[in-house]
Design a protein around this ligand. Structure first.
Ligand SMILES: *Cc1c(COP(=O)(O)O)cnc(C)c1O
Length: 401
């Protein structure tokens, strides 16, 4: 497969070629149907080929594709207004990706202190197991050696502490600290949820010390956990928040949201993006919100999440030799495997159900938010058969040993 590809060898791709999608299903070139509980790593929030999104994209494509930010873009104002109305934020900057939303968040926090006469406050406290993207700043923020190696000196100004350790956070604060950056639920790190108490304690520390709280809700946001944003479960609000993935439903779109005060340093000329807030992206982003903000939608997410939760708990009980733990919130779920996660993922693929590997030997289930209870049960029975396969294979191995 990989011998003669013109592509960079940066991805370990599964040998699957999908041609089209319908809701929670992906259809391969050979006609085989897969239940897509990966959803483009939490991107296809409304599944594939959602009629409302298709219509919005087509309608905009016939008007104007791109304008640049030299002019007013009405779709940005509409989407910005809707996002600020639905959240803590007063201000929005649109990007094309999660990493760019984080870059904007980091720059916003640094400029905030700079504009208040404290250019020395540019350090940001981050957490072990974090993932914030693949730009030079965001790999430094994520702090993972495997992503930093070979790319020159780590960008300065990121101080990492253990996830969930409030004393370590306090100890890491200096006169140079500008902000604390955290994913309310670590995605790539293995679906590790920050407790409500921990998030509240971070909010309190930020208030006490004049620091900004930055949340990375690129994966956990836009309805994924059963609230519009995951931090709502803790009853706190950040000063700055990075959003992407689900907000574009598959169209490249991200956003950095901030309070008016936090964004006050970002004056004309301090930041920009060629494509950020492009009319096509705005049309799709607005269409995504039409669905997610509709009455009862988040309730549906929470109901289906319960079906998953109960089904997975039963699988955990039945296959303790395959599944160690079930984690997560809403439709951001993790199966911590007892066997190598790749093995269980492979068995799932054989049953035509897709998940995403994560750190800490976890398989992420990130089904589209439109998944019905019936589709959830179908997926669960496929995962059950996959666990059965792995269980039997290990029994056989043990018998031969
Ligand atoms: C995916 C992800 C990012 C990076 O998003 P890109 O669009 O790949 O740049 C950042 N933070 C979190 C939590 C993510 O899950």
């Amino acid at each position: 497969m990989a011998e003669a590809t013109p592509l960079y060898e940066t991805y370990l791709r599964a040998p699957l070629r999908f041609e089209r999608g319908e809701g929670v299903w992906l259809i391969a070139e050979n006609g085989e149907r897969y239940l897509d509980f990966a959803a483009g790593v939490a991107v296809n929030a409304l599944g594939h080929a959602h009629p409302h999104l298709v219509e919005a994209l087509k309608a905009q494509a016939e008007k104007v594709w791109h304008l640049s930010n030299l002019y007013e873009v009405p779709g940005q104002e509409t989407l910005g207004e809707r996002l600020t109305k639905a959240t803590f934020a007063d201000k929005v900057f649109f990007t094309n990706s999660g990493a760019e939303a984080l870059e904007c968040a980091i720059k916003t926090a640094r400029r905030y202190h700079f504009s208040k006469g404290h250019p020395e406050k540019f350090h940001i406290i981050t957490f072990e197991g974090a993932f914030h993207g693949r730009t030079l700043a965001t790999i430094a923020a994520g702090g993972q050696a495997k992503y930093l190696e070979g790319f020159g000196p780590k960008a300065p100004g990121f101080d990492q502490v253990p996830f969930g350790d409030i004393e370590a956070v306090k100890a890491a604060i200096t006169d140079n600290t500008a902000a604390i950056l955290i994913e309310p639920v670590q995605g790539e790190g293995g679906i590790r949820t920050a407790s409500n108490e921990f998030l509240r304690a971070l909010r309190q520390i930020c208030d006490d010390k004049g620091l900004l709280l930055i949340l990375d809700e690129v994966q956990s946001g836009v309805g994924r956990t059963g609230k519009l944003f995951a931090h709502e479960w803790a009853g706190i609000t950040p000063d700055i928040m990075a959003v992407a993935k689900g907000i574009g439903g598959g169209f490249p779109l991200g956003a950095c949201l901030a309070t008016a005060d936090a964004a006050s340093g970002m004056k004309a000329g301090t930041h920009g993006s060629t494509y950020g807030g492009n009319p096509l992206a705005m049309a799709v982003g607005n269409a995504v919100l039409d669905v997610i903000l509709a009455d009862g939608f988040l309730e549906h997410v929470r109901d289906v999440a319960l079906v998953f939760r109960q089904g997975l708990a039963a699988l955990h009980d039945r296959f303790p030799d395959v599944i160690e733990e079930i984690r997560g919130e809403g439709l951001m779920l993790g199966i911590k495997a007892k066997v190598p996660n790749a093995e269980l993922l492979q068995a799932m693929r054989a049953e035509h159900v897709l998940g995403v590997p994560a750190g800490d030997n976890v398989i992420r289930l990130l089904p589209p938010l439109i998944t019905t209870a019936e589709e959830a049960r179908e997926g669960l029975s496929r995962i059950e058969r996959a666990a059965e396969r792995v269980h039997r294979a290990h029994e056989k191995q043990a018998a031969q040993a």
